[in-house]
Structure formats: structure tokens, C-alpha cells
Design a protein around this ligand. Structure first.
Ligand code: BEZ
Length: 258
């Protein structure tokens, strides 16, 4: 299966943009790390609705956004008609001309089927010396959220959900990069508690948005009680007076193609 998981095919790209705009907003510092230069060729891997693709283009780079979700690409094209977007899969894409940089924000963890194939495709897309600058969920990402899901599923007599994400440790991902032909220059592993500002329904909204496919196998009458239980289990750690906060952990790196 492609990294376009069942949940991704269900994504409502516009809802993603408005309710979960923090995904893109928090990516701006990653664009600073990329430091795109006028005239550079940049590929934005897993570009979603194209917000950061546009940010990179603003700096004068020539940028192509690719994503495995048709809905995301359609929205990106509608929002940024002057930019180039295409459907493509992280573990199975090729390019006609090499790029100076590949950028990826909050997307690599969805490409869970074969992370080495993703790294190999990125390497092939870069010129020697080209940079790979990305951020993904690291080990422990969303641990409270996913633990609440597992427990709630079990308590309702359901088989534990198979989560579709890849959250590597820094050591594991650095090794993959080095073995895949990259030299790692920067690697950071940080907690990033992330307010779910537009999530009045708390963890339940997060599950519906990002793990909606896992609800497909749940008998309809169980969905609401299940999600209520996810909220109860996650609330002590994630609900603050100001609102819900997701327990995100980020792995951010800059590597250079040897
Ligand atoms: C993340 O950005 O860390 C993330 C988003 C959705 C599902 C899982 C992780």
C-alpha cells in the first residue's frame, strides 16, 4: 500500500487547513532551516495544501510540491495556481532534473511502509551536495493520544488499532540517513506540546481527523462512546485550562547528499 493510508484518503483538505493550520504554521522555522535561495530548485515532499510550498516560493526558489493525497493536491492547486504541484508517493517517485533541496514537514511519518525507500527516492532526486531538510514525529510522538486510543479500543472489546505512522528514534533515523547516502549535519529531538486550538472536541477531534480510517472497522454505535473514552483517558495529561494540547515530539534534521 502507498503511504496514502486509508485515513489520508479521507482527509478533508480544507478542514485540515483551517482546523489544523498549526501543521503549516509550525513549519515556518523549518523553512528558515532550509534557507531557500533565489533560483534554487526545491521539492516539497508531502506538501499537503501547499502552504509551506508557497512560503518557499516566496523566497525566490523554484518549487514543486508533491503529495500522495489527491484532495490535498487539488486544494493546493486551487489555492496557489501559480505554483507547481503533482501527486506523488514518497517511497516511489522520480524526477526529471535533480533538485538542490528536498523539504518535508510533518509528512515523513505518514510514509511508514518503507522509510528506506523514501530516503532512497529523496537521494535520487537530489544533486550531490543537495540538502534534505525535514521534520517528522519522533519516538514517543502522541504517546498519550495513542495510548488512550489503544486502551479505549481494548476496553470496548475491539482489537487494538494498527497505527499508520512511523515515529523513529533519532539514532534510528540518523543511521538510515547515513546508510542511505547522506551526511547528517543537524538532528534535533524535541518535545513540542501543540495546542489543538480549533479542537473543541479535544482528543476525539484529533482522532477523527488524523486516524479516521481506524474508526471504519468500529461498529457505528460504538464510535461515540469510544471517542468519549479516548477523551476521558487523555484529558488528565492533555487538557489544560486554555484547551487541549497534543503531546507532539519532533525529529528535525538537515542532511546533505554525499
Ligand atoms: C504529527 O504531526 O506528529 C502527527 C499528525 C497526525 C498524526 C500523527 C502525527
Amino acid at each position: 500500500m502507498r503511504y496514502e493510508t486509508p485515513s489520508l484518503t479521507r482527509w478533508n483538505a480544507r478542514a485540515y487547513d483551517s482546523s489544523f493550520g498549526y501543521v503549516s504554521a509550525q513549519g515556518v522555522p523549518l523553512v528558515e532551516l532550509l534557507d531557500p535561495q533565489p533560483g534554487e530548485r526545491v521539492l516539497d515532499l508531502g506538501c499537503g495544501t501547499g502552504v509551506l510550498t508557497a512560503e518557499i516560493a516566496k523566497r525566490g526558489a523554484s518549487v514543486l510540491g508533491i503529495d500522495g493525497s489527491t484532495a490535498m493536491i487539488e486544494t493546493a492547486i486551487a489555492q496557489y495556481p501559480g505554483l507547481d504541484f503533482t501527486i506523488g508517493y514518497g517511497d516511489d517517485f522520480t524526477v526529471a532534473q535533480p533538485y538542490d533541496a528536498v523539504f518535508s514537514n510533518a509528512a515523513l511519518h505518514w510514509m511508514s511502509r518503507d522509510p528506506d525507500a523514501v530516503i532512497s527516492c529523496v537521494r535520487m532526486a537530489l544533486r550531490p551536495g543537495g540538502r534534505f531538510v525535514a521534520e517528522l514525529g519522533g519516538a514517543g510522538n502522541c504517546a498519550t493520544l495513542t495510548s488512550a486510543m489503544r486502551t479505549a479500543w481494548r476496553e470496548h472489546g475491539l482489537r487494538e488499532p494498527e497505527l499508520p505512522w512511523y515515529f523513529p528514534t533519532p539514532a534510528e533515523y540518523a543511521l538510515r540517513l547515513e546508510k542511505g547516502g547522506f551526511t547528517v549535519r543537524i538532528l534535533e529531538y524535541v518535545d513540542r506540546p501543540t495546542p489543538l486550538d480549533e479542537c473543541p472536541g479535544g482528543a476525539a477531534d484529533w482522532v477523527r481527523m488524523f486516524a479516521g480510517s481506524l474508526l471504519d472497522g468500529v461498529p457505528p454505535a460504538l464510535v461515540e462512546p469510544l471517542l468519549r473514552r479516548v477523551n476521558e483517558l487523555a484529558a488528565p495529561a492533555l487538557r489544560r485550562e486554555s484547551g487541549w494540547v497534543a503531546d507532539y515530539v519532533r525529529l528535525r534534521f538537515a542532511a546533505v547528499r554525499r
